[in-house]
Write a protein that binds this ligand. Structure first.
Ligand SMILES: [Zn+2]
Length: 401
């Protein structure tokens, strides 16, 4: 079951408590800005908050004018006052993303003339796949035509609920003139629209927008929580779930996006890459690296992942050196090998290798051809003494769609 209510949010106790408090109080700011790393549940929380605002049983959820076909409300004592009830007509519609007073803006890429189709397909996938993950191309943006149409609608009263809710995913992907138009709506006194903006890159939003939003902070998700979710809700086998959780830097979206990738097999392939490098067989290494280009457009992401598998392996070596028990090892299915390698490697050498790999990740991020970055990293790994120089930014920043 997808997460649809504030009470079900994964690992965000502060944000969840704050939003439930707002829903219970029945007084809303004109705009909220959900800030936090990519893939930790900001979008899910935005939707859950929107549902609570549109729920007919939460205080003030329904328009004060009774509709012609308005059904008898059930006993309000059963309804949670701080969350969507999940059963009223409003909740059913918003769960299907079909509430007339629930609007979305999200980045899309591709041709303008195919925009309607792209949007419809995205909404359909979002509606039907409980683990749907938004994945954008680098240039994806919230299109001008989408905001124009939305702003026209905002001039009218909400259809069914007391207010209209607009969820703007990755609000940092807009143009200056779109922000000004949005700002006008946010600043309107007594507006019947509540804006919920999400972003992993708040500094890219104009200060004028940021200052008018109530901020809500989201954090990276702890590894055990990701593992549990993957195993119990996404039906990922335990060893793969452990690997994905360790690789995801606290991002559930990132873990889910890779859930069909057979991480153990990919890990083995990744570790095998070091072998030709160690033999000094550079032609063989280049050939092995090229084999990963068959993943096509996803090649870059795959190469990045190959490097991350090696990082996990090295971290396990460090753990083993410091006497960590089996349960602390991510690659525990190859424990004997880890223990053996750990005996022969010094902590300094392991750290040097980690630094080489981190540099390769930065290179890939910085548009260096991914296969070249991977090749050179493997060659340097195998050459003791060739060190890295700087530690890069925080790992969660690497994954910008
Ligand atoms: Zn409801």
């Amino acid at each position: 079951m997808p997460i649809r209510r504030l009470s079900e949010l994964l690992g965000q106790p502060d944000a969840s408590a704050f939003l439930r408090g707002v829903a219970a109080g029945g007084r809303y700011a004109n705009a909220y800005l959900f800030i936090g790393p990519a893939g930790v549940g900001k979008g899910t929380a935005a939707l859950a908050f929107a549902r609570a605002l549109l729920c007919e049983r939460v205080a003030g959820g329904r328009s004060s004018e009774p509709g012609l076909f308005q059904e008898q409300a059930e006993s309000p004592s059963q309804a949670p006052q701080d969350d969507a009830c999940g059963v009223c007509a409003g909740c059913v519609k918003s769960a299907n993303l079909q509430h007339p007073d629930l609007k979305f803006l999200f980045p899309v890429s591709g041709e303008e003339r195919e925009l309607d189709q792209t949007i419809a397909e995205t909404l359909a996938a979002w509606r039907t796949d409980p683990f749907f993950v938004f994945v954008y191309e680098k240039a994806a943006s919230i299109r001008l035509s989408m905001t124009r149409e939305l702003l026209r609608e905002l001039a009218f009263r909400p259809f069914e609920a007391a207010r209209r809710v607009v969820v703007v995913r990755d609000a940092d992907r807009m143009r200056e003139d779109q922000y000004s138009a949005m700002l006008k709506s946010i600043e309107e006194p007594g507006a019947s629209t509540v804006w919920i903006l999400t972003t992993a890159r708040p500094s890219r939003l104009p200060a004028t927008i940021r200052s008018r939003c109530q901020r809500v902070k989201f954090r990276g998700l702890p590894e055990p929580l990701l593992r549990e979710f993957l195993e119990q809700r996404a039906e990922v086998a335990a060893p793969a779930a452990r690997m994905l959780a360790a690789l995801s830097s606290g991002s559930l979206a990132r873990a889910l996006a890779w859930r069909d990738s057979e991480p153990l097999a990919l890990r083995d392939q990744s570790l095998a890459l070091v072998e030709p490098a160690l033999r000094g067989d550079h032609a063989g290494l280049w050939k092995a690296v090229q084999a990963f280009n068959r993943f096509g457009r996803a090649g870059r992401e795959t190469m990045r992942r190959l490097i991350e598998f090696q990082e996990l392996w090295l971290r396990d070596l460090l753990r083993a050196r410091y006497g960590a028990p089996r349960e602390a090892l991510v690659n525990r299915d190859r424990e004997a090998e880890i223990r053996r390698q750990a005996e022969h490697a010094t902590a300094t050498e392991i750290r040097r290798r980690l630094m080489v790999l981190e540099e390769a990740l930065v290179s890939i991020e910085g548009n260096i051809t991914a296969d070249l970055a991977l090749f050179s990293a493997m060659a340097r790994l195998a050459t003791p003494g060739l060190g890295g120089s700087t530690w890069p930014r925080h790992p969660t920043e690497r994954w910008e769609y």
